[in-house]
Write a protein that binds this ligand. Structure first.
Ligand SMILES: Cc1cc2nc3c(=O)[nH]c(=O)nc-3n(C[C@H](O)[C@H](O)[C@H](O)COP(=O)(O)O)c2cc1C
Length: 209
């Protein structure tokens, strides 16, 4: 059984959420044995990383200072075989919710050194949604991809013509849930690929890493 975790960094249940749902549907339809979960960061209490380095000093794979909603999210992240992070584009970057979540993984640094194959086996992919056609989706995707790479995870690209993740455009004032059929199709393909890659990486022989 492959576990695919979707993290939605939007403060609303609107376009990024809809695209992420589509990706998880794609994962379910991949032909793999897949369990999916969609977690919304909105309304969760996640403190800012304060660079106290207590997680590193105590050799903990999670923050030892704040007891907040990250406690549960560390477990979900570490148990998942594939992780898809979806963020709206805010000022050509990820939302604050997404950034705060990613920053709290300083604690994963030691884990990655001590047990490299733990993260190498995990597959990561991003979904970005902007309100304009070329509004910074690629830059936002870079932030998500670089987060996965920092953990030593394996990146999953998109389908044909999708160089990296799924990048969508939801034009207008953002009141519609999603108005980008091509982008939605790409999100579905991305989810499928993440599930297939996650199964392959789970079974891969990484003995000499
Ligand atoms: C503070 C803020 C900044 C934004 N910055 C951008 C931007 O730089 N580029 C862009 O294309 N859209 C931008 N948007 C529009 C959102 O990315 C767009 O409406 C998106 O679909 C929202 O996702 P959601 O429906 O999941 O909330 C911004 C919206 C907000 C509220």
């Amino acid at each position: 059984m492959i576990k695919i975790l979707g993290i939605c960094g939007s403060p609303r249940r609107r376009s990024a959420y809809t695209a992420l749902e589509e990706a998880l549907k794609g994962a379910k339809n991949s032909g793999e044995q897949v369990e999916t979960e969609l977690v919304e960061l909105r309304a969760r209490k996640i403190n800012l990383c304060i660079h106290c380095n207590q997680c590193l000093k105590k050799q903990s794979d999670r923050c030892t200072v704040f007891q907040d909603d990250m406690t549960e999210l560390y477990d979900k992240f570490y148990e998942a075989d594939g992780i898809i992070i979806a963020s709206p584009v805010y000022e050509m970057n990820v939302t604050a919710q997404t950034a705060v979540f990613m920053d709290r993984f300083r604690s994963a640094w030691l884990k990655g050194i001590q047990e490299p194959e733990f993260f190498t086996r995990k597959v990561g992919a991003g979904i970005t949604v902007g309100g304009t056609r070329n509004g910074g989706q690629e830059m936002t995707m870079n932030a998500i991809n670089n987060f996965f790479l920092t953990q030593g995870m394996t990146l999953c690209s998109g389908g044909n013509g999708m160089y990296t993740g799924a990048m969508l455009w939801n034009p207008g004032d953002g009141t519609t849930r999603m108005d980008d059929p091509e982008g939605m199709e790409n999100a579905g393909i991305l989810g499928k690929k993440v599930a297939i890659m996650a199964r392959i990486m789970k079974e891969a022989n990484l003995w000499n890493l």
